[in-house]
Ligand binder design. Structure first.
Ligand code: KG4
Ligand code: ZN
Length: 335
């Protein structure tokens, strides 16, 4: 089994994954409540919380898998990108766990984890496939020809989709993290009541163009709409604003994904990242699959948001470092 660890942002995560992609356990300790009073993740608080939690979370993951350290053949850990202090806790812990038993260690790119999350479980996606990753820090489309790597077809030029959800939620007076709350509120509103922009920068998806995203315009449009309505009216129409805002983001993500699938001649589509937990996006991409006649892998929500099982998934396709070569391994805020 692979013991996988993930501490790149505000979730402390450990999982046990087998070489053939079975998830034996996947423990996630969210620090959401800790950061909510500040309206966002406070990096130094995140690092300290990881430090306090990582031992218990690792023990929980072993227990939930009915396993002991003797069953672990390899350790995997997120090396980056993410908050440097948060990453350092996971990397140091992983090195210590591996070195004590002279196990090998795999350093994983967090985004590679999101890209290959759907290769886990009973019905894994097979390469080649196209993957949409939409999270709080990143939004991109990738082509996966073999699961050890991926090629970025296009990415956001400004805000990530999750960032747009979180900032929109804040404008509407919702709590942190805003994505799930905005998702809930949108269900009570009319998505056609406000006409927010669905930008697709730099082209039409033709063979040479990039498949980029931009979400700063829609955020500004929401800001102006709230300002023009005035506080009282904006509060009354909160659900309509949320529904229309979510519709614009989901429509932009879906349209670009459709272009990527058609252009790449893909028969399979997978999604990952926290925004892939959004109910309207899940529904919209399922419909896209029917429309294009392709299969779509939509992982359970706990495999979309940050988790360690996806880090174990990526480790299956990444060369491990033998003991003691990884003792000098460092975390990296950017890869
Ligand atoms: O992948 P993730 O857990 O962490 C990063 O790597 O960034 O993504 C977190 C992001 C946050 O912006 C959060 O608001 C968003 O995913 N998110 C959602 C939903 N659940 C999480 N956005 C929209 N709808 C949701 N249901
Ligand atoms: Zn992530």
């Amino acid at each position: 089994m692979i013991l996988a660890l993930e501490t790149s942002c505000d979730d402390t995560c450990a999982a046990l994954v087998t070489r053939d992609g079975r998830i034996e356990s996947n423990v996630i300790s969210s620090q959401g409540l800790l950061h909510s009073r500040y309206g966002g993740v406070v990096p130094e608080l995140a690092s300290r919380a990881h430090l306090e939690l990582i031992g218990a979370v690792t023990a929980d993951a072993l227990e939930a898998a009915g396993a002991g350290l003797d069953d672990v053949r390899r350790v995997a850990v997120t090396r980056g990108p993410g908050l440097i202090g948060a990453l350092l806790v996971g990397v140091s812990w992983a090195k210590a766990m591996a070195a004590a038993r002279e196990l090998s260690l795999t350093a994983v790119d967090h985004l590679h984890g999101h890209v290959v999350g759907s290769t886990l479980g009973d019905d894994p996606v097979q390469a080649p496939y196209v993957c949409l990753v939409a999270s709080g820090g990143h939004t991109f489309l990738a082509r996966v020809d073999e699961p050890g790597s991926y090629r970025v077809l296009g990415q956001t030029l400004d805000d990530a989709a999750g960032e747009a959800f979180d900032k929109g939620a804040r404008l509407l007076g919702l709590g942190y993290p805003g994505g799930p709350e905005l998702d809930r509120l949108a269900r009570q509103g009319d998505p056609d009541s406000f006409d927010f922009p669905r930008s697709a920068p730099g082209g039409n998806g033709s063979s040479s163009s990039r498949l980029d995203f931009s979400f700063s315009g829609v955020k500004t449009a929401l800001l102006y709409a709230v300002r023009d309505l005035g506080e009282a009216r904006a509060a009354e129409r909160r659900a309509d604003l949320a529904a229309s805002y979510q519709r614009a983001i989901v429509a932009a993500l879906t349209a670009r994904t459709a272009q990527a699938v058609v252009r790449e001649g893909a028969a399979r589509l997978a999604i990952g990242g926290g925004v892939a937990a959004n109910s309207e996006l899940r529904h919209s991409l399922e419909e896209l699959g029917v429309r294009l006649g392709i299969r779509v892998w939509i992982p359970p929500r706990e495999l979309c948001t940050d988790n360690a099982a996806m880090i174990g998934a990526a480790a299956r396709f990444t060369e491990p470092l033998p003991y003691p070569d990884y003792l000098g391994l460092d975390a990296a805020a950017r890869l």
